[in-house]
Design a protein around this ligand. Sequence first.
Ligand SMILES: NC(=O)c1ccc[n+]([C@@H]2O[C@H](COP(=O)([O-])OP(=O)(O)OC[C@H]3O[C@@H](n4cnc5c(N)ncnc54)[C@H](O)[C@@H]3O)[C@@H](O)[C@H]2O)c1
Length: 370
Amino acid sequence: MTTIGVGLIGTGYMGKCHALAWNGVKPVFGDGPKPRLVHLAEVSADLAAQRAEAFGFEKSTGDWRALIADPEVEVVSVTTPNAFHAEMAIAALEAGKHVWCEKPMAVALADAERMAVAARQAGKVAALGYNYIQNPVIRHIGRLLEEGAIGQVNHARFEMDEDFMADPEALFYWKSEASSGYGALDDFGVHPLSLIHALFGGVTRVMAHLAKPYADRPFKGGGRREVQTWDIASVLLDLKNGASGVMALNRSAWGRKGRIALTIFGSKGTIAYDQERMNEFQLYTTSERSGEQGFRTVLTAPAHAPYDRFIPAPGHGLGFNELKIIECHELLNAIAGTPARIIGFAEGLEIERAVHAMAQSHHEARWIHV
Ligand SMILES: NC(=O)c1ccc[n+]([C@@H]2O[C@H](COP(=O)([O-])OP(=O)(O)OC[C@H]3O[C@@H](n4cnc5c(N)ncnc54)[C@H](O)[C@@H]3O)[C@@H](O)[C@H]2O)c1
């Protein structure tokens, strides 16, 4: 295969990110098929035509089903709001396309289950947009854990905070509607859960508490609308490796812009990382002499693959969009049948099960086994 035909549905925040990845993957990695940007879909034909011209797609449509029906499209990026993921991803798989779908899989667990079945039956690659597992720092932390650099891991803390919903007067939009899911749990929680999946294999039981900082928000049509989602979640977890864990999520956290912090405590040291400083991590090991022990900061460098594919110099740093280029490359590896670091629909379903178990735990005020 020398080229692969790409379809893109949605061109907002993530749609642009996928378009940049499809444009960047070949120049950065040099291997695999060259993406051919075939067809782009948006809510209207005008918007689709405008975005197709900007992103470099050959055709555009205001009807996403026309994109799915296009025989030149071999892989479909689904970057629409959560409520559309199941319908679009399943239609693409049934039409024999590979799928790259944004997280979370779906709002309802039954839909996520249908997506996993559709992927299995189609025999096509179905990957989810869990870009943070692609960070060279996270990959390196995984290697350190495997090598036992901090000994036996006994506890891990995960936080994800942003402030885009911190203003009580920020307009009501789809993320405050029940149709988007629970709120912080499926909007944010799935990201730390993807890291837990990559580093520890998943969770076995959960105990959660959800909270709403604001009961209503102004509506653009006038008046105020009741907020139907929970912007805050606090969760106790047991990890599959036997360690205990804590996850704290807040979409209304003033001052936090893109925090995904993890602290991993082991019998011989500690590792700390925060996505707001995504080009470094902190390492403390007891192997240092006792008078010289302390956290040291390690900056990303070509030694942290695949940083080297972007920049030959250490300490210059990658960005969020570059994680998506790495994810796109892994997706192409999976399509080629070579080993790939992706969270597919089958593993994604485990993440969804954990999220729904957390919501159940909140409603029933008890531990739930996942
Ligand atoms: N992986 C990540 O780090 C990350 C970050 C942000 C958002 N997301 C996920 O990406 C998805 C999209 O979020 P976003 O922030 O890009 O939203 P957005 O509102 O910026 O963009 C959504 C786009 O989809 C288009 N759209 C809606 N319905 C459509 C339809 N029927 N046909 C074609 N286009 C349609 C909208 O016009 C809009 O351009 C969500 O599922 C979200 O959870 C993932």
